[in-house]
Design a protein around this ligand. Structure first.
Ligand code: NAD
Ligand code: ZN
Ligand code: ZN
Length: 398
């Protein structure tokens, strides 16, 4: 049996590529399963969600094999798998979902009831998400494969666009979900907090959905320059001018129809506070700049436990949110893990038919598995890139 190597979390600020053992057809409790497949990983991306763990801002345990953004080739099939065959090229939604429970049947695959004994929702390589082994590795096991996997219809055509299609496992559906739940439609004015990969994917999605103007905000000059280079308006939150003032300078009014939080709980303050952490900043500022009866999509991650928080309330995920303002303005809020499966097939078609140059918009940068620790460091430093690991050199040789 082939060996396997993967990216392992070894404590705050420390990941390493280690030998992790070849995947087995068992669930995290060790029970044998017949509904899984084993994939040879073609691409696997580093995500801002991984950074929360690697920065020591979650209760992730040392030894966790990371990686929830996986695209791969089927090389082994469990006895109960009916619709997949060896050689299929597939995108793996980061959600592990059973396809049998009430929430899965309602398409809320981000909160499946059967894949995580401690709470609703499962994912690969993630704290509190059921203990499924991560896929920043050479090989990975995917359970409930018939239900979870999106097969690319033409393998050769898919390989030509693999840098774009690799975004289907998480950030593209996540950005799209943020835009959809913020109510973006033709002619909308949109503000997106965060110019990381998820923010850029949300901006791309807003454009695809017909937004009139899409404004992206951050305090990272390189990321803002990249956002402008791919055609979005930007606001710089390190400036003294408030977010509303900067939006007014673009739109003539300090409010937008729709807003998306692509930052999460490690948010920084604005203006002179841009170097300090202020976890409620984005949520509060989005209520200020979203018009009455507007909607706020919140794919940015918020946690129930944050060992690195500065105050006792935030350590338990309690933030000082001015909820009364949102209430007074009749805002709608949408939170939670993205149900990737709701969107990935349509977004795949948009990519295959040249409607969505997502790799360019998020600035996909392909690295080898051994370069992963360096990719983590650069991404943590705010590089305007989406790092995509190519564990077998498949893209390099293509
Ligand atoms: N809901 C989901 O299913 C889902 C899926 C994927 C990622 N996420 C979450 O989405 C968030 C973004 O992911 P990413 O990969 O783009 O992360 P990232 O860390 O690369 O990007 C976050 C960006 O926010 C900026 N920022 C900090 N404070 C800000 C503020 N007050 N206003 C505007 N920008 C600010 C940072 O400078 C950074 O550029 C993370 O919290 C991640 O965990 C959620
Ligand atoms: Zn992710
Ligand atoms: Zn389920």
């Amino acid at each position: 049996m082939s060996d396997n190597r993967g990216v392992v979390y070894l404590g705050q600020g420390h990941v390493e590529v280690q030998s992790i053992g070849y995947p087995k057809m068992v669930d995290p409790s060790g029970r044998p399963i017949g509904h899984g497949v084993i994939l040879k990983v073609v691409t696997t991306n580093i995500c801002g969600s991984d950074q929360h763990m690697v920065r020591g801002r979650t209760t992730a345990e040392v030894g966790l094999v990371l990686g929830h953004e996986i695209t791969g080739e089927v090389i082994e099939i469990g006895r109960d798998v009916e619709t997949l065959k060896i050689g299929d090229l597939v995108s793996v939604p980061f959600n592990v979902a059973c396809g049998r429970c009430t929430t899965c049947k309602e398409q809320h695959t981000g909160v499946c009831l059967n894949v995580n004994p401690s709470r609703a929702g499962g994912a690969y390589g993630y704290v509190d998400m059921g203990g499924w082994i991560g896929g920043q590795s050479e090989y990975v096991m995917v359970p409930y494969a018939d239900f979870n996997l999106l097969k690319f219809p033409d393998k050769d055509k898919a390989m030509e666009k693999i840098r774009d299609l690799t975004c289907l496992s998480d950030i593209l559906p996540t950005g799209y979900h943020g835009a959809v739940t913020a109510g973006v439609k033709p002619g909308s004015t949109v503000y997106i907090a965060g110019a990381g990969p998820v923010g850029m994917a949300a901006a791309a999605s807003a454009r695809l959905l017909g937004a009139a103007v899409t404004i992206v905000g951050d305090m990272n000059p390189e990321r803002l320059a990249h956002a402008r280079a791919v055609g979005f308006e930007t606001v710089d939150l390190s400036l003294d001018a408030t977010l509303g003032e900067q939006i007014a300078a673009i739109l003539g009014t300090p409010e937008v129809d729709c807003a998306v939080d692509c930052v999460g709980f490690e948010a920084r303050g604005h203006g002179t506070h841009a170097h300090e952490e202020a976890p409620a900043t984005v949520l509060n500022s989005l209520m200020e700049v979203t018009r009455v009866a507007g909607a706020i999509g919140i794919p940015g991650l918020y946690v129930t436990d944050d060992p690195g928080a500065t105050d006792a309330a935030a350590k338990r995920g309690s933030l000082s949110i001015r909820f009364g303002l949102g209430w007074a303005k009749s805002h709608s809020f949408h939170t939670g893990q993205t149900p990737v499966m709701k969107y990935n097939r349509n977004l795949m078609q948009a990519i295959l038919w040249d409607r969505l140059p997502i790799a360019q918009i998020v600035n996909v940068s392909v690295i080898s598995l051994d370069e992963a620790p360096n990719g983590y460091r650069q991404f943590d430093g705010g590089a305007p890139r989406k790092f995509v690991i190519d564990p077998h050199g498949t893209l390099k040789s293509a």
